[in-house]
Design a protein around this ligand. Structure first.
Ligand SMILES: C[S@@+](CC[C@H](N)C(=O)[O-])C[C@H]1O[C@@H](n2cnc3c(N)ncnc32)[C@H](O)[C@@H]1O
Length: 269
């Protein structure tokens, strides 16, 4: 992943360095939550990754559990809300710019006030109860930070040590608009720099993937198939299996990837 010119590479490095100085990532202005994985029709994680899965993420996790595997889940650029419940999950770690649990619960209240029909009231109070369960669960942790900075990944490794999480069995990365040009890093960057930034993010994520783990990720719009094919070849040479699909579900565009580690079978003499 090297089609970017020297200038765009140093441009991307400069932008990331500037972010270290910036405190605005601590504010909510980039933290869009209008459709944050709250499994609404047409916007579920399952729909986004439909080319790869025919079941729900929860069922995939339940399957891992049945096989006696661990079930540590990582949601990059999200709050982990895409899971209906945390019963079969050993741990859920979510990383995003801000923790919006309180805001989502408050919004539920707002919807409750705005809607008068009894069905809607019931729906809202169910949603609030679900969110409160999530907020209070000891299995779930929300880390806040900028995923383009080393410090956030160092924070993740510290968290993994504290919680005895060796690696993650399911990693999901659905930033949606956060990957679009206007939002990505909060400024317009040279299009070629997307390859480098995505490649680094991808490397960091796959480093935390367990031997039989699965990773699903959206890809920034400006990363092209040619670059993804090159990434696929590089990673497959080191024991990963990568499927690439173009996702054209409503409101979404660009590529998505499914990544698994190929299980190595050792043959005894
Ligand atoms: C549109 S929401 C998508 C949320 C959720 N993943 C979903 O698909 O419903 C964009 C998310 O990206 C997060 N985000 C944007 N830029 C980020 C960054 N540089 N580092 C970490 N999280 C970021 C925001 O905090 C927000 O959670």
């Amino acid at each position: 992943m090297h089609l970017a010119s020297r200038e765009s590479l140093s441009g991307a490095a400069k932008i990331i360095a500037q972010q270290k100085e910036s405190t605005k990532y601590k504010t909510a202005h980039l933290d869009t939550y209008s459709h944050d994985g709250l499994n609404q029709p047409k916007n579920t994680y399952e729909e986004t990754f439909a080319p790869f899965i025919s079941t729900s993420f929860l069922e995939i996790i339940q399957g891992m559990k049945t096989e006696g595997k661990s079930t540590h889940v990582l949601d990059l650029f999200g709050g982990g809300y895409f899971l209906e419940n945390l019963d079969p999950i050993d741990s859920l770690t979510a990383i995003r710019l801000c923790n919006i649990d309180a805001e989502l619960i408050r919004r539920g209240t707002f919807i409750f006030l705005a809607c008068r029909s009894s069905d809607e009231e019931e729906l809202v109070s169910k949603r609030q109860a679900h969110l409160r369960n999530f907020r209070d669960s000891k299995k779930r942790s929300v880390l806040t930070g900028n995923l383009y900075l080393n410090s956030t990944w160092a924070e993740l490794r510290k968290h993994m040590e504290e919680k005895c999480i060796g690696s993650f069995d399911l990693i999901v990365c659905r930033p949606q608009v956060a990957f679009r040009n206007k939002f990505f890093l909060d400024r317009v960057i040279p299009l070629e720099a997307y390859d480098i930034i995505f490649a680094k993010l991808f490397k960091r994520a796959t480093t935390q993937l367990s031997k039989s783990g699965i990773l699903f990720t959206q890809v920034p719009e400006y990363v092209e198939l040619q670059q993804l094919q090159q990434l696929k070849e590089e990673y497959e040479a080191t024991g990963f299996d990568i499927l690439i699909e173009y996702s054209n579900a409503e409101g979404q565009s660009g590529y998505i990837l499914k990544v698994t580690r190929i299980k190595h079978v050792s043959i005894r003499p």
